[in-house]
Every structure is written in structure tokens, then in C-alpha cells.
Design a protein around this ligand. Structure first.
Ligand code: 5RP
Length: 239
């Protein structure tokens, strides 16, 4: 019997934590970055279970959002920032979800508007793992899931014009049960950008960040994450 998308998320998350413990990528005393969203949170929960059953100890977490901070505090996982001396600006591993993953493991992230901290944490980690259900695996990036671009609100119009020059159509992300823009955990706005044909994510990650007023964008291309994708038949692909 096929398993649902929600079941795939939990399966991918739990399998990744257990496999990474077996591989020695998660170990007692480690500094770990924890992502955001409905696939990252089951990974946080599995981590807490492995702390509770005595497999792991002295785990120090750096979180990527208000959501993950709450989850860690509820589960008793100690939370630090990258700036704390116990962390010293770098992490052993980060684990997160993704909105899209191409064949080279380039990513689009930021569906939950947490891309800025997610990228800071990922790019300061010795290794990086992504957990996802099978719907996240795609051939190319840029045409289906809109790329989130975090911007300074005061620069919306010039940033949007610059993104249009790069071929994008942009929509300001608006709140639900709140009039006006979504405000990120860092006080910024999000433009969601789509292209009519696939783009080169490596080139675009660089070019978008050169626009004055852009804080960060959701292309993650500078890492080669280990990706765990759960399928509807109950298998987990590791690539
Ligand atoms: C949040 C993210 C999430 O990791 C991404 O949106 C995937 O979320 P989910 O696992 O809920 O589908 O980048 O900013």
C-alpha cells in the first residue's frame, strides 16, 4: 500500500537521523544545525528520541527559525547561536528540508521564509543533509516552485525590476490573516520568483545576491548535501 506524503516526510527524517548516527556523522558532543518545516521537524523529534534513549548526549543545536526554536525547547534540546563560544561559528552537520532538489542536489529552499538562517547555518556546516518526500525531486529548478528572495522592504521596486531583468516574474508574499507582506524572522520581505524556462541555479544564486536590497535567495548550490528521499512505496533513496 502506498504511503502518504506526510508519512514519507516522517520516514525520510527518521531514516536520515538513524543512518547519519550509524555513519558517525551524528555523534555525542556534536554541534548540529536544525532546519525548518514539516520534514525538518520530524528529524528534530527523532534526534530528541535518540538523546532520550541514551544513543546521543551533549548535542548543541543551532536553529533556523522561531518554529524550530520552539520545537527544540519543547523537546529539551539545548539551543545556541552561531555566535556562542560553545559553537564558535561553525557546525559539524546541518539537517533540513527542501522545496525542490534537482539531479545534482542543487536546492530551492525558503518555502517557510526561513532561507536566510537556513543558508547561514548550512554554509557554516562541515556536512549537510536534506530530507524530503518524493514530490521534491525535480529535473530542473526555476519553473515550478517559486524561488523565494528575501529583500529589504524599502527596496522592493528596484529589486523587483532587477529580478525582471534576470527573466523572473515576481510576487510579493502576503500574510494569511494579516494584511500586507509576510515579515520574515529577520524583519524582511519575500519576493517569490518564477521563470518561464529552467535557469542555471549556480549562476542565478550569485547574480541575485548582487542586487542591492537583496538579503538572500533560496538557491542553495554551493554544497553537495546527502539527500534522503522517501518514496510512496515505503523505500528511502539516499543520494
Ligand atoms: C523553510 C524551508 C523548508 O525546508 C522547505 O520549505 C520545505 O518545507 P517542508 O518540509 O514543510 O515541505 O526551506 O524555509
Amino acid at each position: 500500500m502506498a504511503i502518504s506524503k506526510d508519512e514519507q516526510k516522517i520516514l525520510a527524517a527518521r531514516s536520515a537521523i538513524d543512518a547519519l548516527i550509524c555513519d558517525g556523522k551524528i555523534f555525542s558532543g556534536m554541534k548540529i544545525g536544525l532546519g525548518t518545516g514539516s520534514t525538518a521537524l520530524p528529524a528534530v523529534k527523532r534526534l530528541a528520541e535518540r538523546i532520550a534513549d541514551g544513543t546521543l548526549s551533549d548535542i548543541k543545536a543551532v536553529v533556523t527559525s522561531f518554529q524550530t526554536d520552539n520545537c527544540c525547547r519543547e523537546l529539551g534540546i539545548p539551543v545556541f547561536t552561531l555566535n556562542d563560544s560553545a559553537i564558535g561559528g561553525s557546525l559539524d552537520l546541518s539537517i533540513d528540508g527542501a522545496d525542490e532538489i534537482d539531479g545534482e542536489n542543487n536546492l530551492i529552499k525558503g518555502g517557510g521564509a526561513a532561507l536566510l538562517l537556513e543558508k547561514i547555518v548550512a554554509y557554516n556546516s562541515a556536512s549537510y543533509a536534506i530530507v524530503a518526500d518524493e514530490s521534491k525531486s525535480v529535473a530542473t529548478l526555476g519553473t515550478k516552485f517559486p524561488l523565494p528572495v528575501e529583500i529589504i522592504g524599502a527596496a522592493r521596486v528596484p529589486v523587483e525590476k532587477a529580478l525582471v531583468r534576470l527573466g523572473a516574474r515576481c510576487v510579493l508574499r502576503e500574510g494569511v490573516r494579516k494584511c500586507g507582506p509576510v515579515i520574515t524572522d529577520n524583519g524582511n520581505w519575500i519576493l517569490d520568483c518564477l521563470w518561464d524556462s529552467p535557469v542555471d541555479p549556480r549562476k542565478m544564486e550569485e547574480e541575485i545576491c548582487r542586487i542591492a536590497g537583496v538579503v538572500e535567495n533560496g538557491f542553495f548550490t554551493k554544497l553537495r548535501p546527502t539527500v534522503f528521499i522517501a518514496h510512496s512505496d515505503g523505500s528511502v533513496e539516499r543520494r
